[in-house]
Every structure is written in structure tokens, then in C-alpha cells.
Design a protein around this ligand. Structure first.
Ligand SMILES: Nc1ncnc2c1ncn2[C@@H]1O[C@H](COP(=O)(O)OP(=O)(O)OP(=O)(O)O)[C@@H](O)[C@H]1O
Ligand SMILES: [Mg+2]
Length: 134
């Protein structure tokens, strides 16, 4: 486990860019933290670290955005269960060629594979965040 502190959105993006270097094809990373913690900001940094040039937007309404098969960014906030995720085919990408980043993964807990990585972001103050990588 490692704990990092960031004092701005940009610093979180920089940190996530570095973090991306530790990721391999097939990795599933659970992004934890309350609303507005910075999960989507972190995903932006990971995408930059993977050399993705497309703009990363929150996939709230689409559940998942596919960035060229390289990165799959999920927002499971509106998903009711692991079965719902399976029925939508959202679990098909776990352990594949790309990297999966999942926000609100607790909503689809029973559909997650084993051996997921976890990044927890805690809001300390308006601009400060604690980022815990496990
Ligand atoms: N150090 C920081 N790191 C990341 N974001 C920060 C930081 N300081 C302030 N922010 C702000 O916090 C907000 C984080 O928003 P973001 O959409 O990433 O949250 P989220 O965790 O994805 O929320 P949701 O669960 O609603 O999807 C942004 O407005 C960002 O500018
Ligand atoms: Mg988000």
C-alpha cells in the first residue's frame, strides 16, 4: 500500500500518469471515493499516461467508455447489480487486452474478477486529496 497527497487537480493528473506506468493489459482498477473525490480526474491522468489523446469524459450515462480498446472507463453509479453489468456485456472486457478503470465498483461487486487493484481517493479539503494505492 502507498499513500500520496496531491494539492490540485493537475497534481492528481500527474500522479495518475505515473501510476499508469505500473498497469498491464488485463488489469482492473477499482477507483474508490465519494462523489467529487477525483476519480474521473484520476482516470484522465491514467489515459494520458497510456498515450490516449481523446478527451476523457464521465461515462455516467453510457456506463462505460471505450478508448480504442486500450482503456475502458466505467461509472457504475447507476447500475443496480453485477447481473445488470453482465447482462449489458460490461464484464466482457475484464482481463482482456485493455485496462479497466471502474468508478462505483461496489454496485457490481459480485461481477468483479479476482485480483483487482484499488485506488482510493479521499477529499481532505477543497484542493487536497489523499490517494491510497493498493
Ligand atoms: N487534488 C485534487 N485532485 C483531483 N481533483 C480535485 C483536486 N482538487 C480539487 N479537485 C476537483 O474535484 C473534482 C473532482 O471531480 P471528479 O469528477 O473527478 O470526481 P469523481 O470522484 O469522479 O466524482 P463522481 O463520483 O461524481 O463521478 C473536480 O472538480 C476537480 O477540479
Ligand atoms: Mg466520476
Amino acid at each position: 500500500m502507498a499513500i500520496f497527497l496531491t494539492g490540485s487537480e493537475d497534481a492528481t493528473i500527474q500522479f495518475a500518469k505515473e501510476y499508469a506506468r505500473s498497469l498491464k493489459a488485463g488489469d482492473v482498477v477499482l477507483l474508490e471515493g465519494e462523489m467529487g473525490a477525483g476519480k474521473t480526474v484520476f482516470a484522465k491522468g491514467v489515459a494520458q499516461g497510456l498515450g490516449i489523446e481523446e478527451e476523457i469524459t464521465s461515462p455516467t450515462y453510457a456506463y462505460m467508455n471505450d478508448y480504442g480498446g486500450k482503456l475502458y472507463h466505467y461509472d457504475c453509479y447507476r447500475l443496480a447489480s453485477g447481473d445488470a453489468a453482465r447482462a449489458l456485456g460490461l464484464t466482457d472486457y475484464f482481463g482482456g487486452e485493455g485496462i479497466c478503470l471502474i468508478e462505483w465498483a461496489e454496485n457490481i461487486k459480485d461481477a468483479l474478477p479476482e485480483g483487482c487493484k484499488k485506488v482510493t481517493i479521499k477529499r481532505i479539503s477543497c484542493a487536497n486529496r489523499e490517494i491510497i494505492c493498493e
